[in-house]
Ligand binder design. Structure first.
Ligand SMILES: [Ca+2]
Ligand SMILES: [Ca+2]
Ligand SMILES: [Ca+2]
Ligand SMILES: [Ca+2]
Length: 266
């Protein structure tokens, strides 16, 4: 049977089959899926994107590395690639509130979630560890102290020094520099054995620069106490859901680096 509506001329409301706030007609016109409320799966409904001004068919409309949903949350411009969530380029996870944060007081062993360490980076900008989650990548976290020689050696290696103990892991360093895995340095103490301050982070980044590696502060030993440090440096491997995949052991403080090599097929 032919619907009576089908023979009527003019601009009829075409309906919104997926209830995303964008009509079927407009979805067909702009190329989004009238049967998928979030056509590009960036976390924003097609209609919300239309209101915001981002493209419902692209996760990252301006290609600046931050998804439209991240730009929406952080009030940056989804159509301007110079308007970014973090000038540093650090990742942003728009789904971090969905992680069941156990808090910093809970202990985090293999299979447990780490807490969302909320602190600052080497540029003095506020940051949260959970922003490194949700990127589809594993995350290596080293907990270091400014006074610790082996910590300096590790970060020196990460910044490009080839004459170190860590040369067997050069493939892992390449993966960090290629963006195949994320790396965060958590500085716990300064040279005097006191809690790290911003100046400690600045000095560390100045000595061992790597534009892919954030240096963040471990306020009041929160991260250190949570993971149960065995020695400086201690390395932890997290998955994108912020679950501990491997942790430093008293017999091997960099076991997590071996696990990361295995998981990346290196
Ligand atoms: Ca629709
Ligand atoms: Ca979307
Ligand atoms: Ca989009
Ligand atoms: Ca932007």
């Amino acid at each position: 049977m032919i619907s009576a509506l089908a023979i009527l001329p003019g601009c009829l409301f075409s309906g919104d089959d997926d209830d995303d706030g964008l009509s079927n007609a407009k979805e067909r016109r702009i190329g989004s899926d009238p049967n998928n409320p979030d056509s590009d799966e960036d976390g924003m409904l097609d209609g919300e994107e239309d209101d915001f001004g981002s493209d419902p068919t692209l996760r990252d409309t301006d290609g600046d590395g931050y998804s439209d949903f991240s730009e929406f949350q952080e009030n940056t411009d989804p159509n301007d690639d110079t308007s970014v969530v973090f000038e540093s380029g650090w990742p942003h996870n728009p789904f971090k509130d969905d992680i069941a944060d156990p808090g910093m007081g809970a202990s985090a062993r293999v299979g447990d979630l780490v807490g969302n360490l909320t602190t600052e980076d080497q540029f003095g900008n506020p940051t949260e560890l959970y922003n490194w989650g949700g990127q589809g990548k594993y995350i290596l976290v080293d907990v270091s102290a400014e006074w610790c020689g082996p910590c300096r050696e590790m970060s020196s290696w990460l910044s490009g020094d080839n004459g170190t103990y860590y040369s067997d892991y050069d493939g892992l360093r390449d993966a960090v520099n290629n963006g195949d895995i994320l790396w965060v340095t958590v500085l716990s103490e300064n040279n005097a054995g006191n809690p790290a301050v911003l100046r400690t982070l600045e000095n560390w980044d100045g000595s061992y620069p790597n534009e892919n590696i954030a240096v963040i502060r471990d306020d009041n030993y929160q991260f250190l106490q949570q993971v149960g440090l065995s020695a400086y440096p201690s390395v932890y491997l997290l998955d994108e859901n912020m679950e501990v995949v491997e942790r430093a052991r008293s017999v091997n403080n960099i076991k997590a680096m071996d696990e990361a090599m295995d998981l990346l097929g290196l």
